[in-house]
Design a protein around this ligand. Structure first.
Ligand code: SIN
Length: 322
């Protein structure tokens, strides 16, 4: 049998390297804040997994138990949650980051989500003085706090809080946005974001205040907020892709993070085609654990190999419009 000749020089195995907040990453995949990142052991798992970066659970100044259970339910095509920001308080996460950042080049990003403007300012001031912290993900989009609207849907407040944030915080700040559904809203938010030196823009948080019903029981499936909760998973991929795409078109100079509906390598590929430099994984991480990063990395590499792409920059943002 004749030997098959492989031209090894011509074949470059694809890599998933990217960058976030001007930090080089070995992979463009990471967790979405909220999933597997509340406890130290979970954050440690994420550091050890095939992630390029890690983000912690959105925190408040003090420990919060969160909303009553059941508060997260897997449903067909995704998930519904109303966790209510259960977290261990900012000091816990800053201590973890301080203790671990010297042992890993992988950035551990602190997510913050104060319940009031005053709390957000205190969180930003505290984070600003944390030595080994690389970047903050400012969550403007938690839909699950009874009586508290999502800041990202209030354009005036979004602008005003970002002005204050950048005046008091010296760390790179990225924002986590809610999904938008109207061209006028994309444009209004983009015009605001463009006024700030944001480290990145993450699109999207869950679609807020959805509902799932158990017909047999004739009841809601989660307890908080009369059954209203954030929808995640495959359900929201079209909305997530549209948000990444629109912000990439309106703000091409910003680092974009895609989040929503990533179950496999092809979903990640599509987020990157829309313009994302980094792809966050939430519902699938909840379902499958940190092994999902090995699987999705390999699936993305397989797609890139088939298409002859060596790096994600070969196709990032290059979605063909027909
Ligand atoms: C929660 O803890 O309720 C989820 C946080 C978020 O969606 O921002």
């Amino acid at each position: 049998m004749a030997d098959v000749q492989i031209n090894k020089e011509a074949f470059v195995s694809p890599v998933l390297n990217s960058s976030l907040a001007k930090i080089s990453l070995e992979s463009c995949l990471m967790n979405a804040s909220g999933v597997h990142c509340t406890q130290e052991s979970e954050l440690q798992d994420l550091i050890e997994a095939k992630t390029g970066a890690v983000v912690s659970k959105s925190c408040t100044l003090e420990y919060r138990a969160g909303n009553p259970e059941p508060r997260y339910v897997t449903i067909p095509y995704g998930s519904i949650n109303s966790m209510g920001l259960p977290n261990n308080g900012i000091r816990y996460y800053l201590d973890f980051i301080d203790g671990n950042q010297k042992n890993t080049a992988k950035p551990i990003i602190l997510s913050i989500a104060g319940l009031t403007r005053k709390e957000n300012i205190e969180l930003l001031k505290t984070a600003s003085s944390a030595q080994s912290l690389h970047a903050i993900e400012f969550n403007l989009s938690c839909p699950n706090i009874p009586g508290k609207p999502q800041t990202g849907y209030d354009f005036e407040e979004s602008k005003s809080i970002l002005e204050e944030a950048f005046s008091i915080c010296s760390k790179p700040i990225g924002v986590k946005l809610p999904p938008y559904f109207d061209m006028a809203h994309f444009e209004a938010m983009a015009a605001i974001l463009d006024q700030f030196p944001l480290a990145y823009i993450c699109c999207v948080n869950s679609i807020g205040n959805g509902m799932w019903i158990d017909s047999a029981e004739e009841s809601t499936v989660i307890k908080p907020k009369s059954g209203f909760g954030g929808i995640g998973g495959l359900f929201i991929k079209p909305t997530a892709l549209a948000n990444v795409r629109m912000f990439h078109k309106l703000l091409p100079h910003f680092n974009l993070v895609g989040c929503g509906g990533v179950q496999n390598g092809e979903d990640a590929f599509q987020h990157i085609l829309c313009g994302a430099s980094v792809v966050q994984i939430g519902t699938t991480l909840w379902e499958e654990g940190t092994a999902c990063f090995d699987r999705i990395s390999q699936e993305l590499i397989d797609i890139m190999t088939k298409k002859g792409y060596s790096t994600i920059e070969d196709f990032r943002g290059k979605l063909r419009e027909i």
